[in-house]
Ligand binder design. Sequence first.
Ligand code: QAP
Ligand code: CO
Length: 171
Amino acid sequence: MIREVITYPDKRLKLASKDIEKFDEELHSLLDDMYETMTAKNGIGLAAIQVAVPLNTLLILLPDENDEQKKEDLIEVINPKIVEKKGSIVYQEGCLSVPDYYDDVERAEWIRVEYFDRFGNKIVKECDGLLAVAFQHEMDHLKGHLFIEKLSYLKRKKFEKEWKKKQRAKK
Ligand code: QAP
Ligand code: CO
């Protein structure tokens, strides 16, 4: 089932998500719905809070070298923790909850992350480049943060100006 993606400035996006305790059918249907929703909306990452569920889970599905998103490349992430990070990378980010706005954000270039898969198996993964960016972007959602909060003062003003303009155009 495709769920509604909530967008800025919905206050629920500021909630701190809680750890998942049961790796049960309810979790599996949440993950399945998140996958359907993310692919239907052409996303490469989605946190549960973006479908209004304040739980520590997220998905990442980067396109391959042929620019295709393959379900076998789907990464399902539960209760993640970044245990090490290094370097820095600037990437032009977007977000399904901040539609039609993209801007440069600086993050760690390499991370080691620990999390669980949908069956409760513990995973330790090292990521760099775009995958590291995606993990950090999605994990910020779990803490109630959006990428626009990381912009410089002037770029944040630019975002607000564009957002207000878009609101006027909608009405
Ligand atoms: C987060 O972002 C991310 O405005 C995932 O009209 C961003 O999937 C990970 C999207 C950068 C790594 C690098 C945004 C789709 C999707 C839009 C997304 C839009 C349609 C954003
Ligand atoms: Co996002």
